[in-house]
Design a protein around this ligand. Sequence first.
Ligand code: GLN
Length: 492
Amino acid sequence: MELYSLTIHELQEKLRAGEVTAAEILASVYQRIDRVEDKVHAYITLMRESAQAQAAAADAAIRSGDIRALTGIPIALKDIYCVQGFTTTCGSRILHNFVPPYDATVVAKLRDAGAVFTGKANMDEFAMGSSTETSYFGDTRNPWDLTRIPGGSSGGSAAAVAADECIAALGSDTGGSIRQPAALCGVVGLKPTYGRVSRFGLVAFASSLDQIGPFTKDVEDCAILMNVIAGYDPRESTSVNLEVPDYRSFLSRGIAGLRIGIPREYFIAGIDPEILTSVRQAIGTLEKAGAKCVDISLPHTEYCLAVYYIVAPAEASSNLARYDGVKYGFRSEEGRDLLDMYKRSRSAGFGDEVKKRIIIGTYVLSSGYYDAYYKKASQVRALIRRDFDEAFQKCDLIATPTSPTAAFHIGEKTDDPMQMYLSDIFTISANMAGIPGISIPCGFTGDGLPIGLQFLGGHFQEGTLIQAAAAYEKTAGMAALMARQKQAKMNF
Ligand code: GLN
């Protein structure tokens, strides 16, 4: 086994036993990057030299007995968090030259835990997309099939983990951007509860929906990263001051006795039949292991997508008003006066998908339309949230497919926004309700593409999600299946 193909917990054991050094782990990961990155294009910026310095510091720390939660572990960061001294582009031309003077809280926490940063991962522009095709820096390919998309918007982070171009990564999820690419790339992705992880230093897309979370190769690594990034931050007003449990303590609790809700609105026509079969099989596996399945209903599910495409663009139009070419980022040099400079900078700085959302958002917030759109959407959002509150009276967690299809081809949906938006039909509701969700691999299509199973939980019940996911992973023998499939399909 090459070091780059191991998990955080496997590498930690080797580091602790003195079998390997952080420098050797990083060299292995970079050897992999050098071999596959021109095919996958998971990264916008590589941080090779600073990573070498961090790995050297990790080795010195280990020698002095200071071993922390992530000492010497190479981690990729979605290019949406501020990292002091490195460009934070958010996949956009308008921020292509923006070098933040400070670290995001999650970045500072990883740094303190001893992590090594491999680079900044590719993403849809301002996290708007489901395929990583709206990035100003070109698309990312799915390592399972290089003619297909990796999902989005955190497609670079998911692809980097799947292709072993890092050991784990962070992404962000506003409507599915962690869980959907995790499903399409065959990795674990968790969107925490709104307020669980600080967003200080995260470039804002839709502030009432955005959350930061991990991409990992297995559920144990997910628990390890959550232990590091979760928690209160006085610099972030929506972060919640609530004790963080040890997520690792949920790993071996098993599934027996847990009640799993099966929402009828999530098992419908239009889903790829191979995905339905695989998810149903996974639920059967959980039942055999002692879980109790209960039928539930989330009656306002059909409105989720419509509500999202009012609320998210509305908030985005407001958040993105700050990019005007004045203090930082791209500025058009052709402006005749201040107003003309604003217009030219924004016209040339933003891509089409972002402009479309700004226009929709401005429209739904404008006087005369606010009540009909934004206010109405906010009211329906409250009903969506209530559906979940009622469902969690009957069950401990909910199981659904993560995405209605496996990875599609590059360009397949770029001219059909409705099809693209439907990619998030099962993930958006969790952001609407602020609840946590995890996607874990549960099988493969006949073409050998990964399929994701999603668990949703009540507010701050990430532990229950990790418990169920770990139990499934073990019972279904996922590690062995994944290793076999990788060997067969990812041979580049
Ligand atoms: N695909 C959805 C969108 O385009 C969700 C994106 C996200 O979660 N950042 O808005």
